[in-house]
Design a protein around this ligand. Structure first.
Ligand code: ADP
Length: 164
Protein backbone atom coordinates (compact mmCIF):
# COMPACT_ATOMS: atom_id res chain seq x y z
CA UNK A 1 0.00 0.00 0.00
CA UNK A 2 1.92 2.97 -1.25
CA UNK A 3 -0.25 6.04 -1.23
CA UNK A 4 -2.79 7.15 1.35
CA UNK A 5 -5.08 10.16 1.24
CA UNK A 6 -6.23 11.88 4.43
CA UNK A 7 -9.14 14.15 3.45
CA UNK A 8 -10.86 16.61 5.76
CA UNK A 9 -11.84 20.18 6.42
CA UNK A 10 -8.92 20.87 8.78
CA UNK A 11 -10.50 24.12 10.05
CA UNK A 12 -7.95 24.29 11.63
CA UNK A 13 -5.66 21.24 11.75
CA UNK A 14 -5.35 20.02 15.38
CA UNK A 15 -2.81 17.89 17.22
CA UNK A 16 -5.30 15.01 16.77
CA UNK A 17 -5.02 15.31 12.99
CA UNK A 18 -1.22 15.58 13.30
CA UNK A 19 -1.15 12.45 15.49
CA UNK A 20 -3.07 10.56 12.81
CA UNK A 21 -0.82 11.84 10.01
CA UNK A 22 2.27 10.76 11.99
CA UNK A 23 0.85 7.25 12.38
CA UNK A 24 -0.04 7.06 8.68
CA UNK A 25 3.38 8.38 7.64
CA UNK A 26 4.92 5.35 9.35
CA UNK A 27 2.52 2.93 7.62
CA UNK A 28 2.47 4.26 4.06
CA UNK A 29 5.15 5.27 1.62
CA UNK A 30 3.40 8.56 0.97
CA UNK A 31 0.53 10.43 2.55
CA UNK A 32 -1.43 13.27 0.98
CA UNK A 33 -3.37 15.39 3.46
CA UNK A 34 -6.13 16.89 1.33
CA UNK A 35 -7.91 20.01 2.54
CA UNK A 36 -11.47 19.98 1.21
CA UNK A 37 -12.83 23.22 -0.17
CA UNK A 38 -16.20 22.54 1.57
CA UNK A 39 -17.80 25.97 1.07
CA UNK A 40 -21.07 24.44 2.33
CA UNK A 41 -19.50 24.07 5.78
CA UNK A 42 -18.64 27.80 5.86
CA UNK A 43 -15.16 27.26 7.29
CA UNK A 44 -13.62 29.87 9.58
CA UNK A 45 -10.35 29.81 7.62
CA UNK A 46 -9.99 30.05 3.85
CA UNK A 47 -8.77 27.04 1.91
CA UNK A 48 -5.38 28.74 1.47
CA UNK A 49 -5.09 29.44 5.21
CA UNK A 50 -6.04 25.84 6.06
CA UNK A 51 -3.44 24.51 3.63
CA UNK A 52 -0.74 26.84 5.01
CA UNK A 53 -1.52 25.90 8.63
CA UNK A 54 -1.51 22.19 7.74
CA UNK A 55 1.85 22.52 5.94
CA UNK A 56 3.34 24.20 9.01
CA UNK A 57 1.95 21.57 11.38
CA UNK A 58 3.28 18.67 9.25
CA UNK A 59 6.63 20.12 8.17
CA UNK A 60 8.49 17.48 10.23
CA UNK A 61 7.03 14.62 8.14
CA UNK A 62 9.13 14.07 5.01
CA UNK A 63 6.68 11.78 3.17
CA UNK A 64 3.56 13.89 3.75
CA UNK A 65 2.32 16.51 1.32
CA UNK A 66 -0.59 18.92 1.69
CA UNK A 67 -2.98 19.76 -1.15
CA UNK A 68 -6.44 21.24 -1.48
CA UNK A 69 -9.25 19.80 -3.54
CA UNK A 70 -12.86 20.39 -4.41
CA UNK A 71 -15.39 17.84 -5.55
CA UNK A 72 -15.66 14.24 -4.47
CA UNK A 73 -12.87 12.64 -2.44
CA UNK A 74 -13.14 9.46 -4.53
CA UNK A 75 -12.62 11.43 -7.76
CA UNK A 76 -9.45 12.97 -6.35
CA UNK A 77 -8.38 9.50 -5.14
CA UNK A 78 -8.91 7.88 -8.53
CA UNK A 79 -7.19 10.66 -10.45
CA UNK A 80 -4.11 10.46 -8.23
CA UNK A 81 -3.73 6.68 -7.90
CA UNK A 82 -4.63 6.63 -4.20
CA UNK A 83 -4.81 3.16 -2.61
CA UNK A 84 -6.32 4.08 0.74
CA UNK A 85 -8.53 6.83 2.11
CA UNK A 86 -7.64 7.43 5.72
CA UNK A 87 -10.08 8.69 8.33
CA UNK A 88 -9.88 9.09 12.09
CA UNK A 89 -12.13 7.47 14.67
CA UNK A 90 -12.20 9.17 18.03
CA UNK A 91 -15.23 7.60 19.65
CA UNK A 92 -18.33 5.60 18.88
CA UNK A 93 -20.03 8.88 17.99
CA UNK A 94 -17.78 9.18 14.90
CA UNK A 95 -18.62 5.68 13.78
CA UNK A 96 -22.03 6.05 12.20
CA UNK A 97 -21.12 8.95 9.94
CA UNK A 98 -17.74 7.50 9.01
CA UNK A 99 -19.23 4.08 8.27
CA UNK A 100 -21.83 5.65 5.99
CA UNK A 101 -19.16 7.68 4.20
CA UNK A 102 -16.92 4.63 3.74
CA UNK A 103 -19.83 2.61 2.33
CA UNK A 104 -20.77 5.34 -0.09
CA UNK A 105 -17.16 5.83 -1.19
CA UNK A 106 -16.78 2.08 -1.75
CA UNK A 107 -19.90 2.15 -3.89
CA UNK A 108 -18.50 5.02 -5.96
CA UNK A 109 -14.93 3.69 -6.18
CA UNK A 110 -14.69 -0.02 -5.29
CA UNK A 111 -10.90 -0.15 -5.68
CA UNK A 112 -10.21 2.48 -3.05
CA UNK A 113 -10.24 1.16 0.53
CA UNK A 114 -11.06 3.26 3.57
CA UNK A 115 -8.93 2.67 6.66
CA UNK A 116 -9.48 4.08 10.13
CA UNK A 117 -6.88 5.00 12.68
CA UNK A 118 -7.46 5.96 16.28
CA UNK A 119 -5.48 8.85 17.76
CA UNK A 120 -3.54 8.79 21.01
CA UNK A 121 -6.01 8.89 23.90
CA UNK A 122 -4.95 12.48 24.68
CA UNK A 123 -6.69 13.60 21.51
CA UNK A 124 -9.87 11.58 21.78
CA UNK A 125 -11.91 14.59 22.87
CA UNK A 126 -10.32 17.02 20.46
CA UNK A 127 -12.11 18.54 17.48
CA UNK A 128 -11.59 21.58 15.27
CA UNK A 129 -15.03 22.81 16.33
CA UNK A 130 -14.05 22.89 20.02
CA UNK A 131 -10.72 24.52 19.22
CA UNK A 132 -12.52 27.30 17.30
CA UNK A 133 -14.96 27.83 20.17
CA UNK A 134 -12.24 27.96 22.82
CA UNK A 135 -10.17 30.38 20.73
CA UNK A 136 -13.19 32.60 20.05
CA UNK A 137 -13.60 33.02 23.82
CA UNK A 138 -9.86 33.67 24.21
CA UNK A 139 -9.15 30.34 25.91
CA UNK A 140 -5.74 28.71 25.75
CA UNK A 141 -5.53 26.26 22.83
CA UNK A 142 -1.80 25.65 22.96
CA UNK A 143 -2.14 22.00 24.01
CA UNK A 144 -4.61 21.29 21.19
CA UNK A 145 -2.88 22.84 18.16
CA UNK A 146 0.68 23.40 16.97
CA UNK A 147 2.28 26.84 17.61
CA UNK A 148 1.76 28.06 14.02
CA UNK A 149 -1.98 27.32 14.29
CA UNK A 150 -2.22 28.95 17.74
CA UNK A 151 -0.65 32.08 16.17
CA UNK A 152 -3.28 32.15 13.42
CA UNK A 153 -6.09 31.72 15.95
CA UNK A 154 -4.67 34.58 18.05
CA UNK A 155 -4.46 36.72 14.94
CA UNK A 156 -8.12 35.96 14.24
CA UNK A 157 -9.57 36.25 17.74
CA UNK A 158 -7.00 38.11 19.82
CA UNK A 159 -4.68 36.77 22.53
CA UNK A 160 -5.64 34.11 25.07
CA UNK A 161 -6.70 35.33 28.51
CA UNK A 162 -5.24 33.36 31.37
CA UNK A 163 -7.71 32.76 34.18
CA UNK A 164 -6.42 32.08 37.69
P1 ADP B 1 -14.47 16.46 8.08
O1 ADP B 1 -15.25 17.70 7.84
O2 ADP B 1 -14.16 15.69 6.82
O3 ADP B 1 -14.98 15.57 9.19
P2 ADP B 1 -12.30 17.14 9.88
O4 ADP B 1 -11.13 18.04 9.61
O5 ADP B 1 -13.20 17.52 11.01
O6 ADP B 1 -13.04 17.01 8.50
O7 ADP B 1 -11.79 15.67 10.18
C1 ADP B 1 -11.07 14.92 9.22
C2 ADP B 1 -10.86 13.50 9.73
O8 ADP B 1 -10.04 13.53 10.90
C3 ADP B 1 -12.16 12.79 10.15
O9 ADP B 1 -12.05 11.43 9.83
C4 ADP B 1 -12.17 12.96 11.65
O10 ADP B 1 -12.87 11.90 12.29
C5 ADP B 1 -10.70 12.90 11.97
N1 ADP B 1 -10.36 13.61 13.20
C6 ADP B 1 -10.78 14.82 13.61
N2 ADP B 1 -10.29 15.14 14.83
C7 ADP B 1 -9.54 14.07 15.21
C8 ADP B 1 -8.79 13.75 16.38
N3 ADP B 1 -8.76 14.56 17.42
N4 ADP B 1 -8.17 12.56 16.40
C9 ADP B 1 -8.24 11.72 15.35
N5 ADP B 1 -8.93 11.94 14.24
C10 ADP B 1 -9.58 13.10 14.15
Amino acid sequence: MALALYPGTFDPITRGHVDLAERAARLFERLILAVADNPGKKPLFSKEERVAMSCGALAHLRNVEVVSFSGLTVDYAREHGVDVILRGLRAVSDFEHEFQLAGMNRHLAPMVETMFLAPSEHYTYLSSTLVREIAAFHGDVSSFVTPNVADQLRRRFGPARHHD
